[in-house]
Design a protein around this ligand. Structure first.
Ligand SMILES: [Zn+2]
Ligand SMILES: [Zn+2]
Length: 420
């Protein structure tokens, strides 16, 4: 019996890994320029961490978590998202001391038991960042614009930034009640799902995907019209900073996000090239989550983005050159040549040149075929004559040009030719 991978998960194969590595490298570069440090978190945590942070009533906790008892009888869950672990770690390691803005990012696999469908996986990958310890709208602005810079570096086009404000513990309870009573007037028109959850989570009615419900939602009260003075001032500041910086955005009052812990600014980056599920990235402010886990009051702002969707948007023109090709292929004719090549190949690789070779003592023709297939930029043929004379022919496979180089000048010549 052949064993196959589990339904809903996939391998990332060598042919596509260059894109993944490029995205990750770009994230490391851009995020660190904004003062973010990477944090590497465990893949699994105690189940209670997620049920408390994400909210018992969310789809994730109700239906999608990979939860099991380990051999010691502890309830364990494969992480469905990253924020809860960051918050847990922040408190556990007292990263709030000394008090200052701490900027963290993470990347890696997340797990949700969802119905497998195109572009959805049960093990999927996210990159996320959390800025912890400031309520300043400048943080909201910087994190959102960092993301835009990141996407621009990757060559993504046709992106939209959508923002909303969900209010705070001072103004949200009253808004929720107002929203609930407005929803009650439409209960017989709304879908079953909305009927079921509007009491516990009325905000989700605003982003129901059922077409009729979407029309009704247009007429329901919006959080942005029910903000307290502080929330209103914050939201105004975020907008005026985006205006000043010339960053285009839309206010989307239906943007409520699935998770209970968001407060004030929430946002999504969407792409016109993704169809109906068009968000690549979402996030926002969560000012009370750290306190809910018995940490000190720590206002936070963060986001998470889906790698699979992001990678599906990369322009092949930008990524075609990413797959690694050898700088040089060394063709060896005979045993003496193989011996002679051992240190030559090692020295070139050690000096930063990527070198490929034949491992099967093939004929000259078969070795040249391999060099061509790998798209090596140069080929060097090593036979008895070359070893004796210490002079090699270096062939540029793009131009067909051949130059004679000595053993001593090989590295230098390659370096100048490769950079030139
Ligand atoms: Zn408020
Ligand atoms: Zn609905």
């Amino acid at each position: 019996m052949k064993i196959q991978s589990v339904r809903g998960v996939k391998d990332i194969l060598p042919g596509e890994i260059a894109k993944w590595q490029w995205v990750e490298k770009t994230a490391h570069e851009i995020f660190s320029r904004y003062g973010f440090s990477e944090i590497r978190l465990p893949i699994f945590e105690k189940t209670a961490l997620f049920s408390r942070s994400i909210g018992e009533t969310s789809d994730i906790v109700e239906k999608e978590m990979y939860t099991f008892d380990d051999r010691g009888g502890d309830q364990i869950t494969l992480r469905p998202e990253g924020t809860a672990s960051v918050v847990r770690s922040y408190i556990q390691h007292k990263m709030y001391n000394p008090p200052s803005l701490l900027k963290l990012y993470y990347m890696g696999p997340m797990f949700r038991y969802e119905r497998p469908q195109a572009g959805r996986f049960r093990q999927f990958y996210q990159i996320g960042a959390e800025a912890m310890g400031s309520a300043s709208p400048l943080v909201d602005f910087e994190v959102m614009t960092m993301l835009i810079a990141f996407f621009n570096k990757l060559g993504l086009k046709d992106l939209r930034l959508e923002i909303n404000s969900l209010g705070c513990p001072d103004c949200r309870p009253a808004y929720r009640e107002t929203l609930k009573s407005a929803i009650r007037e439409h209960l017989d028109e709304l879908c079953g799902n909305c009927n079921q959850r509007y009491e516990r989570n009325p905000l989700r009615v605003l982003d129901c995907k059922v077409e009729k419900d979407r029309q009704i939602a247009e007429g329901l009260p919006k959080s942005k019209d029910h903000l307290c003075e502080v929330c209103q001032e914050n939201f105004n500041k975020v907008q005026s900073m985006l205006d000043t910086a010339g960053t285009p955005y839309n206010i989307n009052p239906k943007l409520v996000r699935g998770l209970d812990y968001y407060t004030r600014t929430t946002f999504e980056v969407t792409s016109e090239n993704l169809g109906s599920q068009n968000a690549i990235c979402g996030g926002g402010r969560y000012d009370s989550l750290v306190e809910e886990f018995e940490g000190p009051s720590t206002p936070c702002f963060g986001f998470a983005l889906g790698m699979e969707r992001l990678i599906s948007l990369l322009d092949s023109e930008e990524t075609d050159g990413l797959n690694s090709k050898p700088d040089i292929y060394i063709v060896c004719l005979g045993e003496a040549a193989v011996s002679h090549s051992l240190n030559m190949v090692h020295d070139l690789r050690y000096a930063g040149i990527s070198v490929e070779r034949d491992y099967e003592s093939g004929s000259m023709k078969s070795q040249m075929r391999k060099a061509n297939k790998m798209q090596a930029q140069f080929v060097l043929i090593l036979g008895d004559n070359e070893i004796q004379s210490g002079k090699y022919n270096l062939k540029n496979m793009d131009t067909g040009d051949q130059i004679e180089v000595s053993a001593n000048s090989l590295l230098e010549t390659l370096r100048s030719q490769l950079t030139g």
